[in-house]
Design a protein around this ligand. Structure first.
Ligand code: ADP
Length: 260
């Protein structure tokens, strides 16, 4: 059938009694392709900082540079090492989440407290370039893994800061609608064109690689966020309008909401 991949095998010892066996291996082929894509992506992501680091280190060794120039080269080396460190950390987080072999997500988490803390962090990161608002409603406790929910929400806030020009507004909120918990981060940033939306939470998918790199992105943040939400039986939702802004929301199902 068109679009499917088959494995063909001849079975049987007798020449005139051989049987041609076909097996549909489309799913296996798809997984293999995804795995090799992933390895190619990781190699590419690691190669870029390594090229810069080794190139600059060689220059420092072979040329007699002035103090200011030496500093500049060293700062680039440091920046690229940080990028690589972050990438390795994100890869580890993602593979642990994908294996999901550790404890089930069932500790009480205070969402009000979590968001208050994250907003303080975000303000420091933005250093006055954006205005922030926070709206907290509904039951404040959910069951989950605090560190994971915190990093899911942190990813949304960091992205809002990264992809919103100076002077923009970032609004975080927590509310319960139709018995489900919604943690949202709305920004007035560059937005995302509709054709990118379906793939935006894939590993290493970025609209603008340069901008993501410049701002310290690894391209794994939303993939991690989506995994965390799946593990909590929830989901990640995105609405966006190019040039106007985006809203990223984390949905937690009713079973995760705890009575106050
Ligand atoms: P990155 O490290 O590149 O930010 P993410 O997985 O967090 O990786 O995000 C993937 C891509 O989604 C980003 O590169 C960017 O193109 C887009 N994106 C994420 N958040 C926003 C946002 N708030 N506004 C506009 N684009 C965004």
């Amino acid at each position: 059938r068109p679009g499917r991949v088959y494995e063909l095998r001849l079975q049987g010892a007798e020449r005139d009694q051989r049987l041609l066996v076909t097996r549909d291996i489309t799913e296996q082929a798809r997984l293999d392709a995804m795995r090799s894509d992933f390895v190619a992506n990781v190699s590419h992501e690691i190669r870029t900082p390594i090229t810069v680091i080794s190139g600059f280190a060689e220059t420092l060794l072979s040329l007699d540079l002035g103090e200011a120039e030496r500093r500049q080269y060293l700062e680039s080396i440091l920046r690229q090492s940080t990028t690589m460190q972050r990438l390795v950390e994100d890869l580890l987080t993602l593979s642990t989440l994908e294996a999901s072999i550790d404890r089930p997500p069932d500790e009480p988490v205070d969402i009000h407290e979590l968001l208050n803390g994250l907003l303080d962090e975000a303000k420091v990161l933005s250093s006055g370039r954006h205005a922030f608002t926070l709206s907290l409603d509904g039951p404040r406790r959910v069951s989950g893994i605090a560190a994971e929910l915190e990093s899911a929400a942190r990813n949304l806030l960091t992205n809002a800061i990264r992809y919103t020009p100076d002077g923009g507004t970032i609004a975080a909120s927590w509310a319960v609608r139709s018995e489900e918990g919604w943690l949202s981060v709305r920004d007035t940033g560059i937005g995302i064109a509709p054709e990118h939306l379906p793939r935006i939470a894939e590993r290493f998918y970025r609209v603008d690689r340069g901008r993501s790199r410049e701002t310290g992105g690894t391209g794994l943040g939303l993939a991690i966020t989506r995994r965390i939400m799946l593990r909590h039986q929830g989901s990640l939702h995105i609405a966006s309008e190019p040039g106007k802004g985006s809203t990223f929301s984390l949905r937690l199902p009713a079973v995760r909401l705890l009575a106050d």
